[in-house]
Design a protein around this ligand. Structure first.
Ligand SMILES: Cc1cc2nc3c(=O)[nH]c(=O)nc-3n(C[C@H](O)[C@H](O)[C@H](O)COP(=O)(O)OP(=O)(O)OC[C@H]3O[C@@H](n4cnc5c(N)ncnc54)[C@H](O)[C@@H]3O)c2cc1C
Length: 437
């Protein structure tokens, strides 16, 4: 007979990408602010946290500029709100353990009303700025006059590490290499999850977690076949596309910029990641454009897309390739259209909500729901995602039911090195080996 360990907690967060980590940290912080002890368990199926989408991105912190031209303003609004939540709940919250690392600083207001920027000597989370060049601005070289924006380059691993440390300081327990058996998720007739919802497998161990609230932050797995999405009545549909990015080492340029081309194929992003942000002389480049290929695209076709990116880079920086090595990688880009197939949009989280955000009315169920499914859409939106989930669980009475006191320190877990950085380091290694030969 198989033994099943049973654990009880207040909140089970499944998924240790930026979404799950930011939510766990924020809930623990708010419990601490209210003088309550909360038992939070965060689990991820990989041995290292942040090893899926949250470790594969370009690292571009979006404040909304890129989306101004979309007919639907929701993405821009989400980014603007995200920036304000970042300032309020991370840079300026004295209860956030790593607030000094979030280098968003007040600056003199300029004609655009910009009164915050990502300066500061430490540059722990952000390296400013990502400059914009519109199609009207010439060849798109960084020497042209850029449009102003507050976008910045994120140091995603540092953000994840700081959030994990802050969460474990406040008692969050983390289990890695631990997979939620999605077939264990069922909804009872009253709309809540039934008691078998949290069956986890860690190696040969079976753990049954009985939680008061479940947070599913599974990234793209939320919309995959094995997750019973229909049972959750989730209005979101994730359109998955393969996307190709190229890592070049050493970097072709020390500025990060995007060239917007709304008519042709001239769009191009260059993100510079310095090895050491305090002395930003050396680093690697990530170059991309808005390429989106069918998910089953062959490696040969991805390689062709990578070559096209290299051609664009060479057109902008004709003389730089003599000493450089490059490598491409593919990721599944996930987008969340409001009208499937027609419109591109991003959601910061989705249902179910206990009270209507606009009217404050409660739904008809006799008791609040006991789960939340989340998709941030963008790494950049984590401050709003965490804030909204906290508000929702507060409304459901989660904090009211907690005992007073503070949770003991939890256990940390390693955070993955971003994929682009690993590839750039492997290029350096190859060079070293070649020299040694
Ligand atoms: C190519 C690309 C470029 C991008 N560039 C940017 C960018 O520049 N800026 C930006 O802001 N955003 C960018 N994004 C978007 C951003 O990466 C994602 O929106 C964000 O990282 C998603 O975070 P998440 O926590 O929801 O998902 P993930 O990071 O995928 O985390 C989900 C976690 O759930 C775990 N999990 C899944 N199923 C189970 C299970 N059954 N049991 C236990 N654990 C499970 C996984 O192991 C994973 O760690 C980019 C995305 C892609 C693909």
């Amino acid at each position: 007979m198989k033994e099943i360990e049973v654990r009880h907690c207040d909140v089970l967060v499944v998924g240790g990408g930026i979404a799950g980590i930011a939510i766990a940290e924020r809930l623990a912080r708010e419990a601490n602010r209210q003088g309550k002890a909360i038992r939070i368990l965060l689990v991820d199926e990989h041995e290292e946290l942040g090893s899926v989408a949250s470790g594969g991105l370009e690292g571009w912190y979006h404040t909304g500029t890129l989306y101004f031209h979309l007919p639907d303003s929701r993405t821009t609004v989400a980014c603007v709100n995200g920036f304000s939540d970042l300032r309020r709940w991370y840079a300026r919250d004295p209860l956030f353990n790593a607030c000094e690392n979030c280098n968003v600083l007040p600056a003199a207001a300029d004609a655009l009303g910009t009164s915050y920027d990502f300066s500061g000597p430490a540059k722990r989370w952000f390296i400013a700025p990502v400059e914009y060049f519109d199609e009207g601005g010439g060849a798109g070289r960084p020497a042209d006059r850029p449009l102003r924006s507050r976008d910045a380059v994120m140091r995603t691993q540092q953000i994840l590490v700081d959030l994990v440390n802050a969460a474990t300081e406040r008692g969050v327990q983390i289990l890695t290499g631990c997979t939620l058996r999605t077939e264990s998720i069922r909804r009872a007739t009253d709309g809540a999850l039934d008691a078998k919802a949290g069956v986890l497998v860690q190696g040969r161990r079976l753990i049954h977690v009985i939680a008061k609230q479940y947070v599913f932050a599974l990234g793209r797995r939320l919309c995959e076949r094995d997750f019973p999405q229909t049972a959750f009545e989730t209005p979101v549909q994730i359109v998955k596309r393969a996307s190709v990015m190229v890592v070049i080492e050493p970097a072709v340029c020390r500025r990060s910029f995007v060239r917007i081309d709304r008519h042709g194929d001239g769009g191009f992003n260059h993100i510079f990641h310095p090895w050491n942000p305090a002395h930003s002389a050396a680093g690697y480049s990530i170059v991309a454009d808005s390429n989106a290929l069918p998910l089953d695209t062959t490696d040969a076709d991805c390689a062709r897309t990578a070559m096209a990116l290299i051609d664009k880079t060479q057109a902008l920086f004709p003389d730089v390739f003599t000493n450089r090595r490059w490598i491409w990688y593919r990721c599944a880009k996930t987008e969340f259209p409001t009208n499937p197939g027609t419109q591109r949009g991003y959601s910061s989280w989705y249902g179910p909500r206990w009270r209507s955000a606009t009217t404050g009315d409660r739904p008809r169920q006799s008791r609040p729901p006991n789960f939340v499914c989340v998709v941030p859409g963008k790494f950049s939106l984590f401050p709003s995602l965490a804030h909204q989930v906290y508000l929702e669980l507060e409304t459901r009475g989660t904090f009211k039911a907690l005992p007073t006191g503070s949770a003991p320190k939890g256990h940390g877990a390693p955070v993955a090195v971003p994929r682009a950085e690993m590839l750039a380091r492997s290029l350096q290694e190859t060079d070293r080996r070649r020299i040694a030969v």
